[in-house]
Design a protein around this ligand. Sequence first.
Ligand code: SF4
Length: 72
Amino acid sequence: MASVSGACGNCAFFDDHHGNNDQAASDGGLCRFNPPVSQPGPDAHGLWPVVSEKDWCGHFAPETMGGLAAAE
Ligand code: SF4
């Protein structure tokens, strides 16, 4: 298991602003490493993977890398 410092909550790709249904879990957010997937239908939006702050993966990147800014 990754240490807290290498967890999603500290990753540059973690987005805690919105859930896929606009209701983020208390410790949840979206992983923005890859494009959205699993588009449910032709008129629906694709879904970003939901992760918790304590999740982790091998693509972790420290937030201090900079250069990433969320679109509004
Ligand atoms: S799943 Fe990986 S890339 Fe995505 S936020 Fe977590 S550590 Fe970062």
